[in-house]
Design a binder for this molecule. Sequence first.
Ligand code: ZN
Length: 239
Amino acid sequence: MIIVIFILGAVLGSYSACTVIRYSQKLPVITARSQCLFCGNMLKWWHLIPLVSFFLLKGKCWYCEKKLLLAYPIIEFLNSILLLLLYNHYGFSSNFFYYLVIYQFLFISVIIDYYTYTLLDRITFFLILYSLILGGILGEISFISLVGSLITGGLGLALFVYFLYVRKKYALGLGDVKLLFLLGLLIHVSEIPYLFLYSSLAGIFYYIIMYKNKKFLEEDYAIPFGPFLFLGLVLVNLL
Ligand SMILES: [Zn+2]
């Protein structure tokens, strides 16, 4: 079963990676078949096997030998880990599928955030509606979840306003604030401090690594915060 979940994770991850990278590069997301991003040649079936094909192709396009994006196998692998964590936590139950939808869409959303510094409203709003309706039916969302959502969202909004008007900079985007309303629905009220703690620590850690690597030298360099909020959610809920 673990192998099935791992493969399912890699397949969904592969689809997510394609969607995200095409979206980030402003290419049409839905095409008849997958093509190389560089030379446009149609890929063969064995070029499309998640994780495996990257190694079979030695990380290069079969036709033009341009280097394939390392992001593909990384996203596929992380997605497999994500599904294994979900399976470990919820077993093979209706809750597994309920949360699979949430975590899969969130993962896609935060990778897009990583590339474009934008959290798509349509994904956040869809997931808020989805968890309110289906989570309500499954008993995963209660009155206390709504209170939690108002607390995380409210805190996010307060930070947004503070940084914008007092410190005069964008430390947190409105997309992050909307995401925080959603995350509040998904965690227990008592876990809210941990969500903020883990996300901030991960964000700071990443910032320091990037700084040490001199990947950026500009003063106003910003990091997308969505991925770290997502990481915080995974740490709080699934570990
Ligand atoms: Zn190519």
